[in-house]
Design a protein around this ligand. Structure first.
Ligand code: NI
Length: 555
């Protein structure tokens, strides 16, 4: 990372240059200070609609830049929304990161990764693009990736975006334990929700690679989802071909002016790498409710004209606010459509459901399962799973399902997987083949008739399984790799220790929703697993949609 600063002895420009540097540092998340009084030469030719942001902390979204002020201190969003408000500030914006995103996090110490991302319930095109970014980020470091989990209470249930983190100094992204890899050296992927207006959501994803001593790369990409059409586009697709050169020119002119340069002469044509800085700023534009946008050019802005003023290369990002009218001249059709939604009330995200695709080659997946329901406790179980956003597979008895159809339907509508646990809970190894099929498939028919979703697996009662049962019933027979023995009522602490404490990626864990104790512990169990870095999934998700045939005990 460039740390060199230009000489500040250039004629009359030292104060102004200091202001530029201060502004840039500010934007990087340091303490907010007063703007330095502006200096305007007579008859200065204005660069229409472009202004250097001197005090971004009070300008930008309260939920994001506001939190950046507090840097790594981890202050809550409440403080941020209050402190950033100026006299002309509009009503505090809602915290964009609390809108109901699906929050992900992959920590991998072997490859020195900490990857945070969000997905949108039911918005497949956007989620696929996020998955591409995560996959490419993992691939970029080389090496063999194996999902990792960490000791109990590792804190990894803290997932998703971190407000402010896309505008922190890059070194802080690496060093902050929320966003950086273990030890502060390696690769960080962080994100921030930068737009939620009308039916459009914008999420900026930032990748920082480096060591504690040196940042070697720092890139941003903003993805936009249109919830109305399930379409996705990235920030680079917003702009016309001449937007990046125009932004670069405007930025250099602003820096030249702030550095005391009196010339209004045209600039020498920029090198490709210089235009790329502007393109990156455009790709991660932050749109404001008035239709303007805040554009952050990475450090390294350079031109012969700036060099002549003692600025070899800007040492910190240059942040510009560009007016809506100026943007209009730079925008392609996609951006114009986006612009029309600026300032509209956000339509909101769909509620979470358990059907969200999960990549268990990347996530440390574990399938927590519940047997013998539905019961009077199943509703409370579904509440706990909803609160923890944890999918499960429920192995239901045909007899119980027939008496509690609404619970079966609720579980299915919330996306959980429902499978057969036979009609009447017999030991299948004692039955003739036709009876085996009748027990397993009778329950499957009741369940699929209630939900409209085919049942594709069963669990033999007592785990009693032999070759004859496997030969009689073609559906996969799902056993387990961890038995919590919850039917013995060992107490919550033991249930948590036996599940959260013992799990390894790929496990299938057995509970029963016939016991109040098991259901009471469900939230703690799911949270505890996530805190270790696990992602709870259904059995089918555990196998990426292709459950193997025959006897299955774990992935
Ligand atoms: Ni059972």
């Amino acid at each position: 990372m460039h740390r060199r600063r230009g000489s500040t002895s250039a004629r009359g420009g030292s104060r102004a240059l200091a202001a530029v540097l201060t502004a840039a540092l500010l934007l990087g998340g340091c303490a907010r200070i007063e703007a330095v009084e502006g200096w305007t030469p007579p008859a200065w030719p204005e660069t229409s609609g472009v202004q250097l942001v001197v005090n971004a902390a009070s300008d930008a979204e309260s939920g994001s830049a506001g939190n950046g002020e507090s840097g790594s201190s981890g202050a809550g969003d409440d403080a941020a929304s209050g402190s950033g408000a100026g006299s002309d500030a509009p009503a505090p914006a809602p915290d964009l990161n609390e809108l109901g995103f699906i929050e992900n996090r992959i920590r991998n110490d072997a490859l020195a990764l900490n990857l945070r991302s969000v997905e949108l319930p039911g918005i497949h095109a956007f989620n696929a693009r996020v998955a591409e970014v995560v996959t490419a980020t993992i691939a970029s470091v080389g090496g063999t990736f194996v999902p990792e989990v960490y000791p109990v209470a590792a804190g990894l249930s803290d997932r998703g975006c971190v407000a402010g983190s896309t505008t922190w100094p890059a070194a802080e992204v690496l060093s902050d334990p929320r966003t950086g890899p273990a030890g502060g050296s390696g690769l960080a992927l962080t994100c921030e929700v930068t737009a939620a207006t009308g039916s459009v959501v914008g999420v900026t994803m930032r990748t920082v690679l480096g060591t504690a001593a040196e940042v070697s790369s720092d890139t941003r990409l903003t993805l936009y989802a249109d919830l109305a059409t399930d379409s996705v586009f990235d920030g680079g697709e917003l702009w016309s071909a001449d937007a990046a050169p125009a932004l670069w020119t405007a930025a250099v002119k602003q820096v030249r002016r702030e550095a005391g340069g009196l010339s209004a002469a045209p600039l020498a044509a920029p090198a490709e790498a210089q235009v790329a800085l502007a393109a990156q700023a455009l790709a991660s534009a932050r749109f404001e409710s008035d239709g303007s946008a805040v554009l952050t050019l990475p450090a390294g802005l350079a031109s012969p004209e700036l060099a002549g003023l003692g600025v070899e290369a800007t040492p910190e990002p240059t942040v510009l606010r560009v007016a809506a009218e100026t943007l209009a001249g730079w925008q392609g059709e996609v951006a114009q459509a986006l612009q029309q939604q600026a300032g509209q009330p956000f339509v909101g995200l769909a509620p979470w459901d358990a059907r969200q695709p999960v990549n268990c080659a990347q996530q440390a997946c574990v399938a927590v399962t519940y047997d013998d329901g539905p019961t009077q406790y199943t509703g409370a179980l579904l509440d706990a799973l909803q609160a923890e956003r944890a999918p499960t597979t429920l192995f239901m008895l045909g007899s119980a399902a027939a008496g509690n159809p609404e619970l079966v339907q609720r579980a299915a509508s919330e996306g959980h997987e429902i499978a057969s646990h036979t009609m009447s809970h017999p030991d299948l190894t004692t039955l003739k083949p036709a009876q085996v099929r009748s027990e397993v498939e009778g329950a499957a028919k009741i369940l699929s008739d209630l939900t409209g979703i085919p049942v594709t697996m069963y669990r033999p009662p007592y785990g009693a399984l032999n070759a004859a049962v496997l030969a009689a019933e073609p559906m996969p027979a799902i056993l387990w790799s961890i038995d919590t023995n919850d039917w013995r009522k060992p107490g919550t602490e033991a249930l948590v220790e036996r599940s959260v404490g013992a799990a390894v990626p790929g496990d299938i864990i057995l509970f029963h929703d016939t016991h109040a104790e098991s259901v009471d512990a469900a939230g703690v169990v799911m949270r505890g697993l996530k805190d270790r870095g696990f992602t709870p999934v259904t059995v089918t998700q555990l196998f990426g949609g292709a459950v193997p045939g025959g006897k299955v005990t774990k992935r």
